[in-house]
Structure formats: C-alpha cells, structure tokens
Design a protein around this ligand. Structure first.
Ligand SMILES: Cc1ncc(COP(=O)(O)O)c(C=O)c1O
Length: 425
C-alpha cells in the first residue's frame, strides 16, 4: 500500500459522488459552505469525530494572529481580547455567560483541573464515571484518587449506557457524576437532562465531556441543568488542538479552588503578587498560565461558523446523513456498533471491520479519497453539516470495496497491528 496519488483519489471521488442523487436538502446553503472548505476538492472528509476540516475563516484567523505578531512584535491587548472573544463565542454555543467560561489546553487538563478544585474533606468524595468516557477521563479520575477521590463506574452494556445503570451507583457519597455526552466509540448520546436529574436528586453534581457532541446539536447548559462541562475544539467545532473550554455554573464558581492554577486565575493577573493567592470571582479562576492565543483565534472562527449555521440546523441535516449511512450500511451487510436510534446518536456512525484491522481500513479508505476514523474494532464515518448524501454514498461504496478486499486479504491484519498505529479520537 503506497501513498495515494491525488488524481486517482479525485477520480474515485468524482465517480462515486455521481452514483446517487440527493433525497433531502439541508436547511442552509450547503454549496456556499462547501466552497469555503478546500479539502473538499480532493477528499471526502468523514472524520469530524476526530478532526474537522479547515475553512477559509479558520485559515484567516490563524493568519490574523501571525500577521499581528509580525507587524507589532507583540500585541497582548489584542491577543487577550481575542481569547475573551473565544470564551464569548463558546458561551453563545451553550447558552452560558462568558463569566462562566474558563480556557484550558485539553479536556484531559480541564478534567484534572476540576478534579483538583473540590474540597474532599466531607463525606461526599465519590465520582461516578461511565465506562463510555474517553480513556483520558477515566485515567484522570483514577490518578485523582491520591487527592481523596473514590471512583465508581457505570458500565457500558450493548455498546451503550443504559440510564437505569446510574441508579445503583449514585448515592449520598457521590460528589460528582462525570458523564460523556456522546460515546467516542460510536456516537451514542446519553440523555443529559435525565442524568443531571438523577445526580441532582441524590445531591450530586454533573460534569459533562461534550467533546464528541459539541457542534453537532444544540447544547443548552441551563435547560439541561448541567453544572460543569468541558470540550476541546478540533472535532465538530472545526478548530485545532491545544485549546479547550470549561463551563462552570455561576453559583458553583465560589466552591472551586483548583490546584492547577496560575496568574490568569487571579482577581488581577497583573498584580504580580507572588505571595498572594486570591481567586477570580468568575470561572476565570480555572484559567491558569498564558492562554493558547493562536488556538483561540482559530477556535473562535470555527465556533462562529457553528453558531452561524446553527446547531439546530446541523442536527437536522446530520440526522439525515446518519439515517443514510445506517440504512446504506445495513443494506450492504455492515454490522453497526452502537445504536440505530437517530435521536440518540451524533453524526458518527461506527461499523465493525470484518477483517479486524480498522487502521488498515482507514488507510485503504484514504487511498480512495475518503477520510474516516478508526477506533478499536470499528471504522467511524463521521460527516458534518458540509457533507452531502452523495458523500455518504461514496463513503459507503468505498467502505464496501475495502471490506471485500480486506476479507480476501486476511493475513495483512496482523501486519497492520505489528506496524503500530497512532489512534486519535
Ligand atoms: C469524548 C472525548 N473526550 C476527550 C478526548 C480527549 O481530549 P483531550 O485530548 O483534549 O484531552 C477525546 C478525544 O480526543 C474525546 O473524544
């Protein structure tokens, strides 16, 4: 398997796109948005669960930072203002106030920061964690046992989380329920309002990892009654690695005293009081060191696109794409991982790889011009608002060809594993 020749890829893309006609249309000008994504000229991106594509505006935002650096040498005022604008854009996305938002560098770091924030001297020091969390979350909570946390687990059964499985695990010793909104493996979406209600009924708080859902559907932290939430930006939010946002419900801010802190968590970061440890009165107390400014530029632009297209519209269209992928995959004999309930899934649709080597499938799809995302035993097709039904048809056709090829070539699965692969969720 060599690298892909781009003209071959383009031919594949064109031929397979022509194979079907659209049966539904999105509630926004999809052609105009597609024209702003250069990657679409050579690839069919179906990997938004892993990395969203670059748009003209995200590119321009990166350039804006680089130009200001070049022009002015440094412009901290503008750079800090842009970081705050990124907080504002994120706040808009989740119906919160910018004062309820902190900036971090990753969801792992955000979680570690929250874990270090609570007073664990009382009877409540348990965290309930689902087995559907991204491994980082489980790992941070396990490592936080040395701070005093005790960790309880909600199981994954039948590749999803059953809401009733929280029942026996949350009790009067539970301080926090750490629940992913969507399962990274297959896009299964939990009913957050129901989990929040369960947690609150027992006097516990709920912390949501929204990395796999943010940007695909409306998430209103007030309506859902979520206490804490974090997400990064490189997936459906069309951004880059190295930045994440934390939401803290306003009336909870006072309780949090993170060990992971720094000068930006202070009332006045520029007071330079080396022996003073006051706490910003807002969620900014979870800010730590110098923020990731260039990432803030890019991520603000990406989130602005999501706010402009509209999470409601994105959910409506990507639900049609999911329907198409599930029906088309089932017709071709693919085995679905997770749920076929469209109301309970993100745009990510996961199929088992019959040959067993999902990385090889990812590589082979890439050679056919389809960018998908391998994860354990499955290949994930994760379209976004800019994808068409023709994209889905092309991806399914390519996947069928790859699966057939793989089944005739069983020996190479072991070679793929031996070569070692880097997985990115
Ligand atoms: C649901 C979910 N949470 C967390 C992460 C990891 O986040 P980070 O790398 O920002 O710590 C991922 C994947 O990257 C993810 O899919």
């Amino acid at each position: 398997m060599g690298g892909s020749d781009s003209s071959t890829v383009d031919a594949h893309v064109t031929a397979s796109r022509a194979a079907s006609a659209p049966a539904a249309t999105p509630p926004f000008d999809i052609a105009a948005w597609r024209a702003r994504i250069p990657l679409l000229q050579s690839r069919i991106p179906m990997n938004a669960c892993s990395q969203g594509p670059q748009l003209d505006v995200t590119r321009a935002a990166a350039d804006e930072y680089l130009d200001s650096w070049n022009r002015a040498g440094m412009d901290w005022e503008a750079w800090m203002a842009e970081t705050y604008r990124a907080k504002e854009e994120f706040a808009r996305l989740i119906n919160a106030s910018p004062d309820e938002i902190a900036v971090s560098s990753s969801v792992s770091e955000a979680t570690a920061s929250l874990a270090s924030s609570f007073d664990l001297t009382g009877a409540r020091r348990r965290v309930v964690v689902t087995e559907a969390e991204f491994p980082s979350l489980g790992q941070v909570w396990l490592a936080s046992r040395k701070l005093g946390w005790e960790v309880d687990w909600v199981p994954v059964r039948d590749q999803i989380i059953y809401p009733e499985d929280y029942e026996p695990v949350i009790d009067e010793r539970t301080l926090l329920v750490s629940a992913t909104h969507a399962y990274y493996q297959n896009g299964y979406k939990q009913d957050l309002a129901a989990v929040a209600e369960r947690a609150h009924a027992r006097g516990a708080l709920i912390y949501v990892d929204a990395y796999q859902s943010m940007g695909t559907c409306p998430i209103d932290v007030k309506a859902l009654d979520v206490d804490l939430l974090a997400t990064g930006n490189l997936k459906y939010l069309l951004g880059v690695p190295g930045i994440a946002f934390i939401y803290v419900r306003a009336d909870l801010v006072e309780r949090l005293r993170p060990v992971n802190t720094g000068w930006f968590g202070r009332v006045d970061p520029f007071s330079f009081e080396v022996k003073g440890l006051d706490w910003a009165p807002t969620a900014a107390r979870l800010d730590a060191g110098t923020p990731p400014v260039v990432n803030a530029y890019i991520s603000r632009a990406g989130m602005a696109v999501i706010n402009e297209v509209g999470p409601v519209n994105i959910e409506a269209w990507t639900t049609e794409l999911s329907r198409y992928l599930i029906e088309g995959g089932t017709r071709r004999g693919f085995k679905l991982h997770g749920t076929d309930d469209l109301a309970r899934k993100t745009p990510s649709t996961a199929f088992f790889c019959p040959g067993g080597d999902s990385h090889r499938v990812e590589e082979s799809l890439n050679e056919r011009g389809v960018v998908a995302s391998a994860r354990g035993p499955v290949i994930r097709l994760a379209p976004h608002f800019y994808n068409t039904l023709e994209d889905c048809e092309a991806a399914l056709n390519a996947l069928q060809a790859v699966f057939e090829e793989d089944l005739h070539d069983g020996g190479s699965a072991a070679a793929g594993v031996a070569a070692g692969h880097v997985e990115k969720a």
